[in-house]
Design a protein around this ligand. Sequence first.
Ligand code: FES
Length: 105
Amino acid sequence: MQRIRLCAADAVNPGEVRRFDPEGMDPIAVCNVDGALLAVEDDCTHAIASLSEGRLEGEVLYCPMHGGAFNVRTGKACALPCKQALKTFPLEIEDGAVWLVPKGR
Ligand code: FES
């Protein structure tokens, strides 16, 4: 599978999280942690919520629904009621854009 262009390299500012909807994939949340871009699935693993509507503090992303949280570097749940980890996705920055690298490429 080809890598997928998500956005311009400067589309997500430090401390921000934004949702992207790549064709044929579930939504992706791109987080800017001190200048480093990290991608996780946007759907909370606890119930139904878009994590990009939550709050990013350092590398911890808080769900807007019940206050659960995830480490966006590892995907691991780090605050209840979340227990199941998020999928993480490698990113490449090239040609002024952010590219999602499908696993197994
Ligand atoms: Fe995210 Fe419940 S839906 S913590």
